[in-house]
Write a protein that binds this ligand. Structure first.
Ligand SMILES: C[S@@+](CC[C@H](N)C(=O)[O-])C[C@H]1O[C@@H](n2cnc3c(N)ncnc32)[C@H](O)[C@@H]1O
Length: 319
């Protein structure tokens, strides 16, 4: 089931992503970009239209996204290749395609509006659905498994770590009571449990109280942070000199991972205080700009998903 009238996915910071990838694409005779999170293919479509000699390899772990994006991008023929994969498998995917280096890699993290709008996938706390939350429907672990089988300690850890939920122990106590009574079956059951576990004054601030718990479960089910931690260093390795990795994060835990990996990669390994920097110890990567960028108030006004975006970009400057 799909929410009505919500099929259009507006790609976040679309023009900015294109601008950031332009120098890397233009410097290459046969440019290749990996869209690590293809989704509905909005970023890919715009890039393929803008650069007539560009080839894109698009990955997604969600077969429904793959099917929709494949149809949308079929008009680009062999310039677009789509692969059903988790993005930390990028080196293996590219090697199978005979590609040993790329000019750009784009990560637009998190769930797509397609996933949020397909009510039965259980990502949304505002609709009644089974507790699923898997981005890849063929993967093993669902939110139901986590909620039914995790110990109290593990559930508290997940809610604290991935949802930054300060009322985690109270929520988990109530989850355990409900699961024992067989009263935790749907997203609405879960949203109600969270609501009743949070003291009234805290409930009045910070939006829907279920948001943090749903985020935490989604991250656990899809192993989002550990996958990202493995994928970004692999992406950096795959860049040709002059190539860039551009990342759009939508919550602080993701952005923190990207920020730390980029900071380490762009740091010189030369000991401080040497009169000249030793070439082999110079940083192989350089931040394209300091810190992170956000969306403009105009974009946020048109697309609420842009509200929490943090954009970072890094360039390979040496082999
Ligand atoms: C925000 S959407 C991308 C939207 C896309 N940029 C567009 O403009 O249409 C994120 C997509 O990334 C996919 N995704 C999330 N984590 C992934 C992972 N670890 N590996 C592969 N795909 C992933 C999701 O399934 C989802 O389709």
């Amino acid at each position: 089931m799909m929410k009505e009238g919500k099929m259009i996915h507006q790609s976040v910071l679309l023009e900015r992503c294109i601008t950031l990838l332009t120098p890397s694409i233009n410097r290459s005779a046969n440019p290749i970009v990996v869209d690590a999170t293809l989704g509905l293919g909005g970023h890919s479509e715009a890039l393929l239209e803008r650069f007539p000699n560009l080839r894109i390899v698009g990955l997604d772990r969600d077969t429904e996204a793959i099917n929709l994006a494949s149809t949308r991008l079929a008009k680009f023929g062999s310039r677009f290749t789509v692969v059903h994969a988790v993005y930390d498998q990028m080196p293996e995917v590219l090697s199978e395609l005979g590609i040993d280096g790329v000019d750009g890699i784009l990560f637009d993290l998190g769930v797509s509006s397609l996933q949020l709008d397909q009510i039965d996938r259980g990502f949304s706390y505002s609709n009644t659905a089974p507790l699923d939350m898997r981005m890849d429907k063929s993967s093993r672990l669902s939110a139901k498994d986590v909620l039914e089988h995790y110990s109290k300690e593990d559930l508290v850890r997940v809610l604290r770590q991935y949802g930054e939920e300060r009322f985690a122990p109270r929520i988990v106590d109530n989850i355990i009571k409900a699961r024992t009574a067989g009263a935790l079956k749907t997203t609405t059951d879960l949203a109600e449990i969270v609501k009743s576990s949070i003291p009234a004054p805290a409930r009045r601030v910070g939006g829907n109280p279920a948001k943090r718990t749903f985020q935490a479960l989604r991250i656990e089910v899809n192993q989002e942070l550990s996958t990202l931690e493995r994928a970004i260093p692999k992406a950096l390795e795959l860049l040709r000199v002059g190539g860039r990795v551009v990342v759009l994060s939508f919550q602080s835990l993701e952005d923190k991972i990207v920020k730390q990996i980029f900071a380490t990669a762009s740091e010189s390994k030369s000991p401080r205080g040497l009169p000249v920097e030793i070439d082999s110890l110079k940083a192989k990567y350089q931040l394209v700009f300091r810190g992170s960028e956000s969306a403009s108030p105009e974009e946020i006004e048109m697309n609420s998903r842009a509200q929490s975006v943090r954009l970072r970009a890094i360039e390979r400057v040496a082999i």
